[in-house]
Design a protein around this ligand. Structure first.
Ligand code: P6P
Length: 344
């Protein structure tokens, strides 16, 4: 059960604790409103004819679902008007979105994936929204913001969060003082604090990876997964379980609740791509949340949150979750390749 603390109360209490201006709290409330509107749309699904393809492609060259476009619009409309933001960036928009002239500009940047896992929409599997708040280097000046202003390492995030639209709609947030989870009470339209101070168990026997890519993985990942599959007869001397939902938000949420490792590693399937997931609006916000909950998040070779972004839509390998499992995978990446691999 819960003590009935609403997200609004929590944000105001947090604002007092960190001495934030009302500006940040008000921005967060506008983001939360967008998530409530998206939750409503997602849960209506086929009833309001918003499933299926939008007949367009995003900057990633991926077919956009109608809901990808609709949820992007919801985020823009909910956050452009209040004067907290200088600009926004989205998985669904090639370029940044500057705040229109008729609205005041603020000191924050918002970057988001409005509907992650949208390929699951038509098959009624959990999807989510991921967002990250950065400070604009231009501050409150009226100087135009460019895409370069977004290219900040994940350690500079002011706040990161996700909404997961599943059997219940939950919002999970961090602003650097731990991770807290809120469940949407549809009857009153408020998010209620149900998961205070979320922590990821340091050890785990559950891993998530798209195993159909096994032949494309690098040796350290192949070794880690192979050892998990060998179970109690293998070097790990214990059995493992596997999950793959193809919705990063749902995977990360499961890891926050019961531990585990999520991997979308670098692979040779498309050598031109550094990975599948995007640094600015998937890997960085999720890494902030995971680290704040006592987990770890790495490319296998470096801490994701310390990467210097080169592009708003940059892709990155992602290995995150229970600290001791992630550190094991990092150690495998640090070992010199075996002669057979080196020769390959
Ligand atoms: P695959 C969803 O499209 C996403 O970006 C992540 O949410 C998810 O983890 C991954 O891609 C799924 O990828 O290759 O299994 O479809």
């Amino acid at each position: 059960m819960h003590n009935g603390t609403t997200l609004t109360q929590f944000i105001i209490e947090e604002q007092r604790q960190i001495g934030a201006s009302g500006d940040f709290s008000s921005l967060l409330n506008d983001i939360v409103t967008a998530c409530k509107v998206i939750s409503n749309a997602v849960h209506k699904g086929a009833l309001i004819g918003i499933q299926g393809s939008a007949g367009s492609e995003n900057v990633q060259g991926e077919t956009q679902k109608k809901l990808d476009v609709i949820t992007n619009e919801i985020f823009i409309k909910s956050n452009e008007w209040a004067g907290h933001l200088a600009a926004m960036g989205s998985e669904e928009m090639d370029d940044i979105y500057s705040i229109p002239r008729q609205y005041p500009k603020g000191k924050y940047l918002l970057v988001f994936d409005p509907l992650d896992g949208s390929s699951n929409i038509d098959v009624n599997i959990s999807v989510g929204t991921i967002f990250s708040i950065l400070r604009s280097p231009k501050g409150m000046s009226q100087e135009p913001v460019t895409a370069r202003d977004f290219l900040q390492p994940g350690t500079r995030q002011v706040c990161a969060g996700y909404a997961v639209y599943g059997p219940s709609t939950m919002l999970v947030l961090t602003s650097g003082h731990g991770v807290n989870g809120f469940t949407l009470d549809q009857n009153i339209g408020e998010f209620i604090l149900t998961h205070p101070k979320m922590r990821i168990p340091e050890d785990s026997t559950e891993f998530a990876i798209n195993a159909s890519n096994e032949r494309f993985w690098e040796a350290p990942v192949q070794r880690y997964v192979d050892e998990c599959l060998k179970g109690v007869e293998g070097p790990r001397k214990k059995n493992f379980n596997m999950r793959w939902i193809a919705s990063m938000v749902a995977e990360v949420h499961r890891i926050l609740i019961r531990g585990g490792v999520f991997m979308y590693p670098k692979d040779t399937k498309d050598p031109g791509k550094a990975g599948k997931l995007r640094l600015m609006y998937e890997a960085n916000p999720m890494s902030f949340i995971v680290e704040q909950a006592g987990g770890a998040s790495s490319t296998g070779r470096e801490r994701i949150m310390e990467m210097a972004p080169a592009d708003l839509h940059q892709r990155v390998p992602v290995i995150l979750g229970s600290k001791n499992e992630v550190n094991r995978i990092i150690s495998y990446h640090a070992e010199p390749p075996k002669a057979s691999e080196a020769a390959a």
